[in-house]
Design a protein around this ligand. Structure first.
Ligand code: ATP
Ligand code: MG
Length: 304
């Protein structure tokens, strides 16, 4: 079952579609990385899903039920933009107020649990206004985790975090996902980090999805390759093609995608009298994949 399913979901502001006929499919138990340039509609889509905005068109279902269902809504933990906190209250008090608002059974215990999860125990007595940006962000994640939500919607939760903060959030999300089956919709511009946890991706552009894929399918597309620069690239290409089936020139180098390694490729070129200037083994990460898709899209829209 899908934890989140939207059908032709749209939201316009002053006649402009921030979310445009969006068909999102977030499988239950996934960590869904939501990617897109600034203004592509990620936060707006997340607000629609959480019921913080009313759609202009289309529908949203959560676990097969309308997103307005109060039972389902009580199972969502969210962090969208800034956490809503009282500046003069402490980290602990802010969490406790929220736990009481949510009518949780053992509020103090629950606050203790989430403080531990995000490693904020030592900052529990600090007033919100005296917290660093990273602490505030972790407090926002802690708020989202109150009450053991089944679905987490986190808008840029690792923005402003230091390396340790990022690791803490990453490990917490992985643990909750694996041990409690929590589904996570997470938007982030830090693609290298996202690629460490995401099981699925959705790439948004101008309010619509341009790609929605399991991470496993993406790794198949993100092939490793040997990149080689030679003293005679046209000849090197012809020679390499006599042995390898996937030889492609790109960005001033020749890429060999066949299963091989740098020394075999350079040895083969040397045998045929071609000098190798540079050679390396490379992987296409999420970042390069994303940039390639975006540049194809830009070219297509120019030609349309
Ligand atoms: N309340 C609003 N009123 C008017 N326009 C809005 C409002 N909220 C968002 N928009 C517009 O909707 C579009 C999508 O914005 P949104 O914040 O959803 O993008 P985003 O993908 O989250 O961007 P970012 O990566 O910068 O966070 C933008 O053009 C934005 O200016
Ligand atoms: Mg946003």
């Amino acid at each position: 079952m899908n934890a989140i399913e939207t059908h032709e979901l749209s939201k316009s502001f002053h006649g402009l579609n921030a979310v445009d006929h969006l068909d999102l499919r977030v499988p239950e138990g996934s960590i869904y990385g939501f990617i897109g340039e600034n203004g592509s509609g990620k936060s707006t889509a997340e607000k629609l899903i959480c019921g913080l905005l009313v759609p202009s068109g289309g529908s949203i279902s959560l676990y097969g039920r309308p997103h307005t269902d109060p039972v389902i809504r009580s199972q969502i933990g969210l962090l969208i933009e800034n956490p809503g906190c009282f500046p003069n209250s402490t980290v602990y008090q802010n969490l406790l107020m929220q736990a009481l608002n949510l009518d949780l059974r053992r509020p103090q215990e629950e606050v203790g649990r989430v403080l531990k999860l995000v490693s904020l125990v030592s900052a529990a007595g600090r007033r919100y206004k005296d917290c660093s940006l990273g602490m505030k962000q972790r407090l926002g994640v802690a708020q989202a985790l109150l009450g053991h939500p089944r679905l987490l919607i986190l808008d840029e939760p690792i923005n402003g975090l230091d390396a340790d903060g990022i690791r803490i959030v990453r490990e917490t999300l992985i643990e909750l996902n694996r041990s409690e089956g929590v589904t996570v919709l997470i938007s982030s511009h830090i693609l290298g980090e996202l690629s460490k946890i995401a099981t699925h991706y959705g790439i948004l552009r101008a309010g619509a999805l341009i790609r929605q894929t399991p991470a496993s399918a993406l790794s198949a597309e993100c092939r490793d390759f040997v990149a080689v620069k030679t003293d005679d690239d046209p000849r090197a290409q012809a020679i390499l093609r006599s042995r390898y089936s996937q030889v492609e020139p790109q960005d001033g180098v020749i890429r060999v995608y066949d299963e091989t390694d740098s020394s075999s490729v350079s040895g083969f070129l040397h045998q045929h009298g071609v000098g190798v200037a540079e050679i390396s083994y490379q992987t296409i990460g999420l970042e390069e994949y994303y940039l390639q898709i975006m540049s194809h899209q830009t070219q297509e829209s120019r030609h349309a």
